[in-house]
Design a binder for this molecule. Structure first.
Ligand code: SF4
Length: 325
C-alpha cells in the first residue's frame, strides 16, 4: 500500500501563531489563563493546553480575573470590550485573515451595502463577523439560502475564511439575481484554498482518504466533503487510534490530509500507524519532516475511487465519517 500525505496538510500560519501565543502566555504569567471557546478546533491541542492550565470557557461570566486569549477564529469586538471592562488582560490571537474579514465586513456596511456573509452561521468566526457589524448581516451557507433573501439595490458579499471557491462562485451567481450592484470580496484564506486544492488532487489519485482533524473543525470537515465529492471512500479521524486496519484491507494507495487546525504530531502519529499497518510501504521523502509525500503522481492500480477491501465501501457514511459540529 502506498501512503501519500497531502502537501500543506496541517497547521496554518494563523493556528500556529495562536498556539505559540498561548504557550508564551503559559510561560510568562502566573495569572489564570482562559480562552473563550477552544483556541482552535482541535480537541487534542485544547487538552494539551488544559494540562498546562489554559481553561476554555463559554462565557466571560465564568471568569472574574486573569488572562483571556482570543481564539484564532476571533470573537465579536463587544466581547473584547467586555473582557477589558471586567479587568481581564486580553491577548488577541485572532488570525489576521479573520481580522481582515471582520474589517472588510464593517467597511461594506459603512459603504451602505446590504451585507451577506457566506459561511456557517453557527461557526464562531461567522459569529465574530456578525458581531463586528452589530448583527447587520445575512448569513447564507449556499446558493439555496440566497433564494430567501430580499431584492436589494446593493449587496456586499464576504466569505468565511474556510469556505470553498466553488461555493463562493455559486452564491455569487445566485446573488446577482437579487441585485444590480454586487461587491464581492473573496476573504477565503489562501492556506485553506491551497489545502483544498491539494486534497482534491490527491483524492483523485487514491483508493481511500484519511482526513485528520477535529470533528468540530470546519476546515477539516470541508476537506472530508471535498474528498467524498471526488468519489473516494473517506474517513474523518481525529487521531491515529481511530484507524481501523479492516478499512484499509485491499487498498493499494491511501491518501492522508489534515485540516489547518491539526498539529504535526497528530499527523506524524497517523503516518506512523499507517506504516506499521503496512510494513511494505514504499516511501520517499517529502514535506513534514521526512514523512512520505511520494507517489503523488501515481495512479491507483485498482482504479480511481476503488473500494477494494473497504467493508461496504461506506466511505461517505462509514463510522469514521465526519460529523460536523
Ligand atoms: S485557515 Fe487561514 S484564516 Fe484560518 S487560522 Fe489558518 S491562516 Fe487564519
Amino acid at each position: 500500500m502506498k501512503i501519500t500525505l497531502a502537501k500543506k496538510a496541517g497547521h496554518c500560519f494563523g493556528v500556529k501563531a495562536a498556539i505559540k501565543k498561548a504557550f508564551e502566555i503559559v510561560k510568562t504569567t502566573k495569572r489564570s489563563i482562559f480562552t473563550l471557546g477552544p483556541i482552535i478546533h482541535n480537541p487534542q491541542v485544547v487538552e494539551m493546553l488544559e494540562k498546562r492550565g489554559v481553561v476554555s470557557v463559554n462565557s466571560l461570566s465564568q471568569i472574574d480575573k486573569g488572562v483571556i486569549i482570543v481564539r484564532s477564529h476571533g470573537v465579536p469586538p463587544q466581547l473584547i470590550d467586555e473582557a477589558r471592562a471586567r479587568g481581564l488582560r486580553v491577548v488577541d490571537a485572532t488570525c489576521p485573515f479573520v481580522k481582515r474579514a471582520q474589517n472588510l465586513a464593517r467597511e461594506l456596511v459603512e459603504q451602505k451595502y446590504e451585507l451577506v456573509i457566506l459561511g456557517d452561521a453557527a461557526h464562531p468566526e461567522v459569529g465574530g463577523i456578525v458581531g463586528t457589524v452589530n448583527g447587520a448581516a445575512h448569513v447564507v451557507s449556499d446558493a439555496d439560502d440566497v433564494k430567501k433573501l430580499p431584492d436589494k439595490k446593493r449587496y456586499g458579499l464576504i466569505v468565511q475564511t474556510t469556505q470553498s471557491l466553488e461555493n463562493l462562485q455559486q452564491v455569487t451567481s445566485a446573488l446577482l439575481t437579487k441585485t444590480v450592484v454586487l461587491k464581492v470580496i473573496n476573504t477565503i484564506c489562501n492556506a485553506t484554498t491551497e489545502l483544498q486544492k491539494e486534497t482534491r488532487r490527491l483524492a483523485g489519485q487514491v483508493d481511500a482518504m484519511l482526513v485528520v482533524g477535529g470533528r468540530n473543525s470546519a476546515n477539516t470537515s470541508r476537506l472530508a466533503v471535498i474528498s467524498r465529492e471526488a468519489g473516494v471512500p473517506t474517513y474523518h479521524i481525529e487521531t491515529a487510534d481511530e484507524i481501523d486496519n479492516a478499512l484499509l484491507q485491499g487498498v493499494l494507495h491511501v491518501g492522508v490530509t489534515a485540516g489547518t487546525s491539526t498539529p504535526d504530531w497528530i499527523i506524524n502519529q497517523v503516518m506512523e500507524r499507517l506504516r506499521l499497518i503496512n510494513n511494505t510501504t514504499k516511501e520517499s521523502a517529502g514535506e513534514h519532516g521526512g514523512i512520505n509525500d511520494g507517489g503523488r503522481k501515481t495512479k491507483p492500480r485498482n482504479g480511481r475511487g476503488g473500494k477494494a477491501g473497504i467493508p461496504g465501501g461506506q466511505g461517505n457514511r462509514g463510522r469514521h465519517s465526519s460529523a460536523r459540529q
